[in-house]
Design a protein around this ligand. Structure first.
Ligand code: GLN
Length: 250
């Protein structure tokens, strides 16, 4: 289900993430290698968010990434030092629309979810009831990922650090909806926080001084480090820490 990635570091062309590497995000959309039973291809849309000057720009579509004929040239001409991108495989029963495609965004944050919430939507009525009604009325889409984003965003708005917000939401959702897969990815342009809960994730400190976090390594470079299941990764261009996550079995 879905593949996602985030990059922080010296500005690079978006094509260095989306198209150029042997196992680029675009390739992972039609030839992923580690889906762990969660779907086969990621053809239900794609989204990119990248920092430009002081804010993020977002470009999303509800069609497969390989059908956007203009994207390779656009990506080659666009450089950024903070990027989050995703290709989507919609969970059955969820709408295939642009609004349901990651990254979800608000102010300084970009977010993505790879996985599914078990027992959706009934399992989530409890956690959802804790949100302000306005947040529920303005969900990006009627999907599990959009609700997860609203739960994370509420904690960020309350001043929680990125990693704490993700860890708290995974613990809450794992308790309410056992069996969920909750690989969450979040950046504020300075730090990347990511959970591994039922799906694959690896990271790479690049030779140029950046950090790359992705569902699947973009290249065969042995410097890619897999993150174990049920962990929380916090990465910046100069540091990466992995800690154990609380929560039930994925
Ligand atoms: N459940 C989410 C959705 O439909 C994420 C799917 C995924 O990881 N493939 O959109």
């Amino acid at each position: 289900m879905c593949r996602h990635l985030a990059y922080l570091g010296p500005p690079i062309p978006l094509s260095d993430l989306l198209f150029t590497p042997p196992h680029s995000l675009s390739r992972q959309s039609w030839a992923p290698t580690d889906m762990r039973g969660g779907g086969t291809i990621n053809a239900d849309g794609f989204g990119l968010g990248w920092r430009f000057e002081e804010h993020f720009i977002r470009y999303r579509r509800s069609s497969p990434i390989w059908t956007d004929a203009g994207l390779p040239a656009l990506a080659a001409a666009t450089r950024s030092g903070a990027v989050l991108a995703a290709v989507r495989s919609a969970t059955e029963g969820m709408p295939v629309t642009e609004a349901a495609v990651a990254p979800f965004a608000d102010g300084p944050w970009l977010f993505s979810h790879n996985g599914r919430v078990a027992g959706w939507p009934d399992s989530m009525t409890g956690p959802a009831a804790e949100l302000p009604v306005r947040d529920l009325l303005t969900l990006d889409a009627p999907t599990d990922s959009a609700l997860l984003w609203a739960l994370v965003r509420a904690r960020l708005r309350a001043g929680k650090p990125l990693a704490e917000a993700l860890g708290a939401v995974v613990a809450q959702v794992a308790a309410a909806a056992p069996g969920s897969r909750l690989n969450l990815l979040l950046t504020d342009g300075e730090t990347i926080a990511a959970t591994v809960f039922g799906h694959s994730l690896s990271y790479l400190s690049t030779a140029e001084g950046g950090v790359l976090v992705a569902s699947e390594p973009l290249s065969p470079d042995p410097a890619w480090i897999p993150v174990p299941d049920r962990s929380l990764l916090v990465a910046t261009p100069s540091s990466a820490t992995v800690t154990a996550l609380e929560g039930g079995a994925p």
